[in-house]
Design a protein around this ligand. Structure first.
Ligand code: OSB
Ligand code: MG
Length: 382
C-alpha cells in the first residue's frame, strides 16, 4: 500500500476511549482586522469547541463553521444541534474509530459537525498514547510550507500593502480574495509589483458561467489557480468554464466528501483541490481524498477556516501527510488574532516554514485563562 492507506487502516482500528465528560465551549476571538470575502465580512472568529474528557485527559475538536451560513450551510447553531442530538449519542466506549465514523455517516451532510467529534476523539486517542497527531496519522514530523489568504481590500493600494507585508514575512504563496468589480485591476496591481510571486485568487462563488470571457482575462496574470469562481453547489459549470480557461480551477466549498472530489476531478470541474479537513468530515476522509487525488496526479493543498490555535494545529499536523503538494492557507496566528487560546502560537521561520507543535495530540496547550476570557457560553453535555 502507498500513500496513506496503511496508516488509515491502522487508525480505523483504534479503540474509542471511554468518555466521562463532554463540554461545548463557544468562543469569540476578535480579529486584528476584518476579514472580507465576496459573501461575508467577519470581524471576529466565533467557534464551537467540543471537549471530551477521559480519565483526566482532554481531547479537543474545533468546529470550522461560522455563526452564519455565508460560506457553508452549517452554522455554529446547527453544529451544536447535530452534535448534541445526533452525533454525541453515537459515542460508545470500546468501539473502533472506523465504527464511530460509520455510525456518524448515518447523519447526512453536516460534515463540519462530524469532523468536530472525530477531531476530538482522535486528539484523545493520540494523547492517551502520548503521540503527536502527525505520528498517529502515520507521518514523520516535518516543517510545512506557509500561505496567506488576503481578504478583499478597500483599494488596490491597500491590497499592495498587505501583499508587501506577506512577501516580507516569506509566505510561500499569496492568495487574494476577489469579487466582481474587484478583480482585474487588483490582480494587475499585485502582478505589476510582484511579477514572480506564487499568486492565486479565490472568488467564493461570486461569478456565473456567463462571466467566462471576463474570467479568461485572468489568464494573462500567470496565476497558480482560480479558486471557486462559480457556485458553492456546482461541479458541472466549473467543468464547462475550465474548458475556456488556461488557468487551472480549484474547488473549495463544492467539495464535501471523497465522492464529491472524485466526481469533480472526473468531470474536469477542477484540476487542483483545496482540502479542508473540517469541510469533508474530518481527517479520515481527508486521507482518502489525498490518496485519490495523488493517484490521478491532482495537486492538493490544505485550506483553512481562520481557525483558533486548536484547529490551526490540526491543519498543520495533517499537512505532514503524503499528498499535499502545494502550500496551503496556513498562516501565522498573529495574522488573525491578538491573543490565541493556545501556546505556542503559529509562527513562520526565516524561510517561511511552519513547525509542527510538539506535544501529544494536536500538540499546543490550551491556556485556561485565555479560554475563559474568550468564552461566550459553556454547556456541559455529560
Ligand atoms: O474560501 O478559503 C476560503 C476563510 C473563511 C471562509 C472561507 C475561506 C477562508 C480563507 C481563509 O480563505 C483561510 C485561512 O487563513 O484560514
Ligand atoms: Mg476558498
Amino acid at each position: 500500500m502507498t500513500g496513506n492507506a496503511a496508516a488509515l487502516a491502522t487508525l480505523l482500528a483504534e479503540e474509542v476511549p471511554a468518555v466521562d465528560r463532554v463540554d461545548f465551549v463557544l468562543v469569540r476571538l476578535p480579529f486584528v482586522s476584518p476579514f472580507a470575502i465576496s459573501t461575508a465580512v467577519w470581524t471576529a472568529k466565533e467557534a464551537l469547541l467540543v471537549r471530551l474528557e477521559s480519565g483526566g485527559i482532554a481531547g479537543w475538536g474545533e468546529c470550522v463553521s461560522d455563526p452564519d451560513p455565508y460560506y457553508a450551510y452549517e452554522t455554529n447553531g446547527t453544529a451544536r444541534h447535530v452534535l448534541k442530538d445526533f452525533l454525541l449519542p453515537l459515542l460508545a466506549p470500546g468501539i473502533a474509530l472506523g465504527e464511530l465514523e460509520k455510525r456518524m455517516r448515518h447523519v447526512r451532510g453536516h460534515e463540519m459537525a462530524r469532523a468536530t467529534l472525530e477531531n476530538a476523539v482522535i486528539d484523545l486517542i493520540a494523547k492517551k498514547k502520548g503521540l503527536p497527531l502527525h505520528a498517529l496519522l502515520g507521518a514523520p514530523r516535518k516543517k510545512i510550507p506557509s500561505g496567506i489568504s488576503i481578504g478583499i481590500q478597500e483599494s488596490p493600494a491597500a491590497l499592495l500593502a498587505a501583499v508587501e507585508e506577506a512577501v516580507a514575512k516569506k509566505y510561500h504563496r499569496v492568495k487574494m480574495k476577489i469579487q466582481k468589480g474587484k478583480d482585474l485591476e487588483y490582480v494587475g496591481a499585485v502582478r505589476g509589483m510582484f511579477p514572480a510571486l506564487p499568486l492565486m485568487v479565490d472568488a467564493n462563488g461570486d461569478y456565473r458561467l456567463e462571466d467566462a470571457a471576463h474570467l479568461a482575462k485572468l489568464d494573462a496574470f500567470g496565476l497558480m489557480m482560480i479558486e471557486q469562481p462559480l457556485s458553492y453547489f456546482d461541479f458541472y459549470e466549473h467543468a464547462l468554464l475550465q474548458k475556456s480557461l488556461k488557468t487551472p480551477l480549484c474547488l473549495d466549498e463544492s467539495i464535501h466528501s471523497l465522492g464529491d472530489a472524485a466526481a469533480a476531478i472526473a468531470l474536469g470541474g477542477c484540476r487542483i483541490l483545496n482540502l479542508k479537513q473540517g469541510r469533508v468530515g474530518g481527517l479520515l476522509e481527508s486521507m482518502r481524498i489525498l490518496d485519490h487525488a495523488a493517484a490521478r496526479g491532482v495537486p492538493v493543498w490544505s485550506g483553512g477556516m481562520d481557525e483558533t490555535g486548536i484547529g490551526r494545529a490540526v491543519n498543520i499536523h495533517l499537512q505532514t501527510l503524503p499528498g499535499f503538494t502545494l502550500p496551503g492557507d496556513t498562516s501565522e496566528t498573529s495574522r488573525y488574532f491578538h491573543e490565541d487560546l493556545v501556546d505556542p502560537p503559529v509562527v513562520l521561520d526565516a524561510d517561511g516554514f511552519i513547525d509542527v507543535p510538539a506535544g501529544p495530540g494536536f500538540g499546543a496547550r490550551v491556556v485556561e485563562e485565555r479560554l475563559a476570557r474568550h468564552t461566550l457560553s459553556e454547556e456541559r453535555i455529560l
